[in-house]
Design a protein around this ligand. Structure first.
Ligand code: BTX
Length: 328
C-alpha cells in the first residue's frame, strides 16, 4: 500500500480530529516536510484539508473527482483495479488497454478516462462519452479458459452492472442480449468485449464498459437523444463516478471468481433475472437479414435461444435485437 493511501486512510478514520504532523510522520515513517508535501498532493486531488500550525491536519471534504487515488482508496478488491490507470482524456480506453496489455499489464488492470474522443461500440459504431458525465472504463483480463468462452464475459459484465444499478442506485435495468443495459427501453450502458487470442489460448481480454451517469437529456447528441438514458435521468440524482466504479469493481471481482469456479451457471441465473423480453416477440438481425422471433432465453453457454415464426428454434452466437422498429 502506498504512503498516500495510508495517509488517506488514517485521515479518513479521524474525520473530526486534527492529527499532528509529528504523529503522522511517525505512523507513516516519513519526515514532517514529506507529510506536508503529501497534503499538498491530496489538495490537488480535490481533498479539502485544514492545516493548523499547532494542531495539525484534518480532512474536511472528500473529492468528488476521479483520480487514481480516489478510485483506489476504499476499493475492496484483491486483484481487480490494483493497477489503476486514470486519464483525463483519451481516444478510447479500449485503445489504451490494448497498448497496456501488449506491454504486459497485469490481469485486473483498470483504465478509466473522464472523456473519450473516439469511444467505440461494436461493429465500428461510436460511443458518445461526454467529459465527466459517465463511466468510461476498460478492464484487462488474462483468463485461463478457452477463447470460445470469452463472449460469456460480456454477459457476466452485464449482470454485474445490473446488480450494481439495482443495489446501489435502486433501479432495475434490463439486459438486452448480449451487451446493452436498458431502463424503460432506453440505453443506459453498453459493453464491448475484445479478445486477443491464439487457437486455444487467450492472451488477454479487454472488457469495456460505458455507463451514462450524470447526463441530462439535452447533453446527448441529437442522434441518440431518444434512445439513450442516464442514471441521473432515471433516478433524478447525481452519482459520484469514482464510488460507482468502486462498486462495480468490488462486485465484478466477486462474480468473476464465482464464474471461474462454478462456470457460466451462476451467471445464467442472474442474467435470466434481468433478461430483456424473455417470452416476447422482437425483430432480430443476423447476416443483414431481419426476421421476427420469440426470445426463449439463453443457453448453458450464453448463446441466445429464439423461436422463429415457423416454430423453429435457433441458437444464436451473434445477432442484433431491435427493441423498436426503424432503429439502426
Ligand atoms: P453498441 O455497438 O452496442 O452500441 C453503439 C450504439 O449505441 C451507437 O451506434 C449509438 O446508436 C448508441 N450510442 C452511442 N453512444 C451512446 C451512449 N453514450 N448512450 C447510449 N447509446 C449510445 C455498445 O456498443 C458498447 C459500448 C462500449 C463503450 C465502452 S466505454 C469504455 C470502452 N472504451 C470504448 O471505446 N468503448 C468501451
Amino acid at each position: 500500500e502506498s504512503t498516500r493511501g495510508k495517509l488517506i486512510e488514517i485521515l479518513s478514520n479521524h474525520p473530526e480530529e486534527y492529527l499532528s504532523g509529528q504523529k503522522l510522520s511517525q505512523q507513516l515513517n516519513i519526515s514532517r516536510p514529506a507529510v506536508w508535501k503529501h497534503m499538498k498532493e491530496l489538495e490537488k486531488d480535490g481533498y479539502g484539508i485544514e492545516a493548523s500550525p499547532r494542531k495539525g491536519y484534518k480532512i474536511i471534504t472528500f473529492p468528488d473527482k476521479v483520480s487514481t487515488n480516489t478510485l483506489s482508496w476504499g476499493l475492496k478488491t484483491k486483484w481487480l483495479g490494483q493497477d489503476m490507470i486514470h486519464k483525463p482524456s483519451v481516444t478510447s480506453t479500449q485503445v489504451i488497454a490494448h497498448q497496456e496489455a501488449q506491454d504486459g499489464a497485469a490481469h485486473g488492470t483498470v483504465i478509466v478516462a473522464d472523456e473519450q474522443t473516439k469511444g467505440r461500440g461494436r461493429l465500428n459504431r461510436s460511443w458518445h462519452s461526454h467529459k465527466g458525465d459517465g463511466v468510461w472504463m476498460s478492464i484487462i483480463l488474462r483468463p485461463k479458459f478457452e477463447p470460445h468462452k470469452s463472449p460469456q464475459i460480456t454477459l457476466l459484465a452485464a449482470t454485474v452492472l445490473a446488480e450494481v444499478f439495482k443495489k446501489y442506485c435502486g433501479i432495475s435495468p434490463q439486459i438486452k442480449w448480449p451487451n446493452d443495459l436498458l431502463t424503460n427501453g432506453k440505453k443506459l450502458s453498453g459493453i464491448l468485449t475484445e479478445l486477443q487470442a491464439e487457437q486455444d489460448q487467450i492472451n488477454y481480454i479487454v472488457l469495456g464498459m460505458g455507463i451514462n451517469v450524470n447526463h441530462s437529456v439535452e447533453q446527448f447528441p441529437e442522434e441518440i437523444m431518444n434512445q439513450a438514458t442516464s442514471l441521473k435521468i432515471e433516478t433524478g440524482e447525481n452519482w459520484e463516478i469514482h464510488t460507482l466504479i468502486q462498486q462495480i469493481l468490488n462486485t465484478f471481482e466477486k462474480r468473476y471468481q464465482e464464474f471461474i469456479e462454478e462456470g457460466f451457471r451462476s451467471v445464467k441465473l442472474r442474467w435470466e433475472a434481468f433478461g430483456y423480453r424473455i417470452g416476447e416477440h422482437v425483430a432480430i438481425t443476423t447476416h443483414q437479414q431481419e426476421w421476427n422471433a420469440l426470445i426463449m432465453g439463453i443457453e448453458h453457454d450464453g448463446a441466445l435461444k429464439v423461436r422463429d415464426e415457423e416454430g423453429k428454434e435457433h441458437v444464436l452466437y451473434s445477432a442484433e435485437i431491435k427493441w423498436r422498429r426503424g432503429e439502426e
